[in-house]
Design a protein around this ligand. Structure first.
Ligand SMILES: [Zn+2]
Length: 432
C-alpha cells in the first residue's frame, strides 16, 4: 500500500519534531499528496478521513515524527562489509554481482530510516546506476547523491596497489597525477552522471598528496559542469588547501588547526567530521585485523576530530553528519547511521535537537536538496520517519532503526520487514 496520485497519506497525532529549529509540537495532521507534504496542521477542510479509498491514515499517538535521516557519508558499492566466501575488492567480484549487492545494501539502509544518502565514492559507476534505478521506481532505496571513484595521486587513500597494477575499476581510487589528468577524470565522471567529485588526500593526514593548485583546477572544472566537489582530507595542510580552493565540503579534517578552520569558515566551506567510523574502529578495529600502529592513528585522529568539531562550531562553520558506513567490513549497513548524532551530542556540545537537525536539515546540502528535504513542512519532499521513543530524551533512539514504526520515502510507505532473503543477506553482512 502506498500513497499515490489517488490516495493521500495523513499522519495524525504524536509529537512532531519538524527540524526547523523550534521545540517539538503536538501533531494534528501531516498530509502527503504524491511525493510532497502538502500541509502540516489541522486536517484540511473537505478531507474525509473515513474515505479509505482516498485517504490512508497513520495514527502516531504516543510516538515521535521527524524527517527521514540523511547519512552524508555512506558507501554502497565498495563490496564491504564483506560476505562469507567472497574476497573484497580484489577483482573476484564482478560488476554485475557488486551492483546487485549494492542494491540490497541500499534497501537495508532505507529500512533503518535513512531516506537520503550522499555517497562519496564507489566502484565502477554502480552508484549512478543505483540512483537511476531507484529514481525510475525499479527498486526501492533512499535518494542517492553520488560521486564516482576518488580522484587520487600516488600514495593517496584509495591507491592501494603497486604502481604496476594501477587502480582498476573495482578499486576505490582512480589515479590522476597532474592537473590535465585530473580534469580529464572530472570530465569522464561527469559524463557518466556523477553528482559530485570526490578528491582524496592521504589516508590518515600525515602528508599532503594533492596540491592547492591541483584542487583549484578540479574545483573550477567540476563547478563548470554543475558538479559539486568534496574531499577526504584529514590533515592540516590539505584542509587549508581545500579551503582556499573552495571545495563544497571537507570530510574529516581531524588534524585541522584553528588557523585552518578559520580559513574554512572564511571560505564558507562545510565540514563533515565523520567520527562514527573513527569511534567504531577505535573500539573494534583490532578484531578486524587493524594493527597497533593503525589503531594508534585512529585514536589520535578521533581525539583530533573531537577538538576540531568544537573549534569549527565556535568559528561558525556549517557542520554536516556522516558515518562512513560501508567503508570497511567493520561498518555494517543499517546499524550506525544514527550514531553521528550521538557523537555530536557527546563531543560537539550539541543539544539533541541540534544533532537531529545536523542529520536532516543541515545534511540536505550533501544530497543537493537543500530546502527540499530534511524538514517537515508544507511543500517539502515527503521523507518522514516515526519512532516509538523520544529521540530528544535520548538521541540513541535514532540508532540501528530499532525504534522505527514507519519510514516514508518520497510519499511511499517502506515495508520495514523486507523479505526473508534480504534479512538473511543482512545477517551475512553484519557477521564479523
Ligand atoms: Zn568514506
Amino acid at each position: 500500500m502506498s500513497a499515490n496520485g489517488k490516495q493521500s497519506l495523513v499522519i495524525r497525532n504524536g509529537t512532531l519534531i519538524d527540524s526547523k529549529g523550534g521545540p517539538p509540537v503536538e501533531n494534528d495532521a501531516i498530509v502527503v499528496e504524491g511525493n510532497r507534504i502538502t500541509s502540516v496542521g489541522p486536517v484540511p477542510g473537505g478531507m474525509n478521513l473515513e474515505d479509505t479509498e482516498k485517504v490512508r491514515v497513520i495514527d502516531a499517538s504516543g510516538q515521535w515524527i521527524m524527517p527521514g535521516l540523511i547519512d552524508g557519508h555512506c558507501h554502497l558499492s565498495f563490496g564491504q562489509p564483506d560476505m562469507p566466501g567472497l574476497s573484497i575488492a580484489k577483482g573476484s567480484t564482478s560488476p554485475e554481482f557488486n551492483t546487485i549487492r549494492a542494491a540490497i545494501n541500499a534497501q537495508t539502509v532505507l529500512r533503518a530510516g535513512v531516506t537520503s544518502l550522499s555517497i562519496p565514492g564507489g566502484t565502477w559507476f554502480t552508484d549512478v546506476a543505483l540512483r537511476e534505478a531507484i529514481n525510475a521506481g525499479l527498486i526501492e532505496g533512499p535518494r542517492i547523491y553520488c560521486a564516482g571513484r576518488f580522484i587520487v595521486t600516488y600514495g593517496s587513500i584509495g591507491d592501494y596497489e603497486p604502481s604496476w597494477v594501477g587502480t582498476p575499476e573495482h578499486t576505490l581510487g582512480t589515479l590522476a597525477n597532474s592537473v590535465p589528468e585530473m580534469i580529464t577524470e572530472v570530465r569522464r565522471q561527469t559524463k557518466h552522471g556523477v553528482d559530485f567529485i570526490k578528491m582524496a588526500d592521504s589516508t590518515w593526514g600525515d602528508n599532503q598528496t594533492i596540491s592547492e593548485e591541483e584542487l583549484t583546477a578540479v574545483v573550477d572544472e567540476a563547478h563548470r559542469r554543475n558538479a559539486r566537489i568534496a574531499i577526504h582530507s584529514r590533515g592540516s595542510e590539505s584542509t587549508m588547501a581545500a579551503a582556499h580552493a573552495g571545495v563544497d565540503w571537507i570530510m574529516h579534517a581531524d588534524l585541522a588547526t584553528e588557523a585552518d578552520l578559520y580559513a574554512v569558515a572564511e571560505q564558507g566551506v562545510r565540514i563533515m567530521p565523520t567520527m562514527t567510523f573513527l569511534e567504531h574502529a577505535a573500539k573494534i578495529g583490532g578484531d578486524y585485523g587493524r594493527g597497533t600502529a593503525e589503531m594508534d592513528l585512529i585514536k589520535r585522529n578521533l581525539e583530533g576530530a573531537a577538538e576540531m568539531l568544537q573549534t569549527a562550531r565556535n568559528l561558525g562553520v556549517k557542520v554536516m553528519a556522516g558515518t562512513d558506513t560501508g567503508n570497511s567490513p567493520l561498518m555494517p549497513y543499517g546499524e550506525l547511521h544514527g550514531n553521528e548524532a550521538d557523537i555530536f551530542v557527546r563531543h560537539g556540545g550539541y543539544t539533541p535537537m541540534e544533532a537531529i537537525q545536523a542529520c536532516t536539515r543541515e545534511n540536505a546540502f550533501a544530497v543537493g536538496l537543500e530546502d527540499q528535504v530534511g524538514v517537515i513542512d508544507s511543500g517539502m519532499l515527503a521523507d518522514i520517519i516515526i519512532l516509538d521513543q523520544d529521540p530528544l530524551a535520548d538521541i540513541r533512539v535514532l540508532q540501528g532503526g530499532r525504534h522505527l514504526t514507519a519510514v516514508i520515502k518520497d510519499g511511499k510507505m517502506v515495508d520495514l520487514a523486507g523479505n526473508e532473503a534480504q534479512e538473511t543477506a543482512k545477517l551475512h553482512f553484519t557477521k564479523a
